[in-house]
Design a protein around this ligand. Sequence first.
Ligand code: SAM
Length: 281
Amino acid sequence: MAIEDETWMNYAITDKEFQCFSNLIYQQSGIALSGGKKALLVSRLSRRLSELGLKTFHAYYERVVGEHSDGEFTHMLDLISTNKTDFFREPRHFEFLRNQILPELQHIKKIRIWSAGCSSGEEPYTIAITMHDALISPSQWDCKILASDISTRVLAKAASGIYDLERVRDLPGEVIRRHFIREKGERLDTIRVKPHISDMVVFRRINLMDERYPIKSRLDVIFCRNVMIYFDRTVQERLLSKFHRYLKPGGYLFIGHSETLQLGQQHQFYYVEPTIYRKEP
Ligand SMILES: C[S@@+](CC[C@H](N)C(=O)[O-])C[C@H]1O[C@@H](n2cnc3c(N)ncnc32)[C@H](O)[C@@H]1O
C-alpha cells in the first residue's frame, strides 16, 4: 500500500492527540503504535482530514469517536493498516498443507481452514488453489475456507477476485491458465480468479480483538500470518489462546516467517517446525 503522497500537505499533531489515536487504535484493533509511528499516522491520515474539511487532529478524533461517525473508525483503520500480501507468499506453508495435512484428513475428506487477516485475498485463494491441485477428486472433498480481515476496503477487493496482471506475474503459466481468467472488455490488464477457486472461499469482516468469532465448527488449520507482528505481547497471547479454542485437537497454526511464538510467551501450542504450531491431538 502506498504510504505517502508527496504532494500532500501533512497536518501537525500534538503528543496528546497522538496518544488519543494510539490508545483508540490499540483498544479497538490491537495494533500497537509506538511513539515512533507518529509520522506514519500523520502521513496516512492528513489527506482524510483535508477531504472532510477538518483543520486539526483533535477535530478528526471527535469525528472518529462521535455518535455520527458513519463508520469513520473503519475508514481510518483502512488508511493506517498495512496490507502487504502475495500469492504463494511463504510457500513452505502450502507445501506443508499439501504433503502433511491433506493426507492426514484423507479418510474424512473434510477440511476447515481460516485465513485470519487475509488482506486482499491472495492468501485464501492460494490455499484454495493448493487444495484443488493436491486433491485427486476435489469435488469429493468438503473444503471450506473462511477468509477475514478488519479492513472493509481489502475485503471488497478480495471478494471481487480481480487482480492486476502484475500480481500473478511470478506464478507458473499453467497455474494461471487453470485458475484465472483474463477480464474481458476494457480491463485487459486484469485477471479474475475462476469460480471453482473463488467458490471455496467465504469472506467476512472479523476483528481479531473480538472476544468471540462467528465461527461455528472448529477448524483444522488457522493461517494468521504477518498480522500478530502489529500487536503487543498481551494482545498476541490473548489471540493465541482464542485460536487454540477454535482449533480442533491436532489442528495447525501457521504464523508469518518474521514472527515467532517466543520463549516465555504464554501459549498452549507445541512446536512443529519454524512458524508451524499444533494443538495437542
Ligand atoms: C500484512 S497483512 C497480512 C496478509 C496475509 N495474511 C499475508 O501474510 O500475506 C495484515 C492484515 O491484518 C489485518 N489486521 C490488522 N489488525 C487486525 C485485526 N484486529 N483484526 C483483523 N485483521 C486485522 C490488516 O487489515 C491487514 O490486512
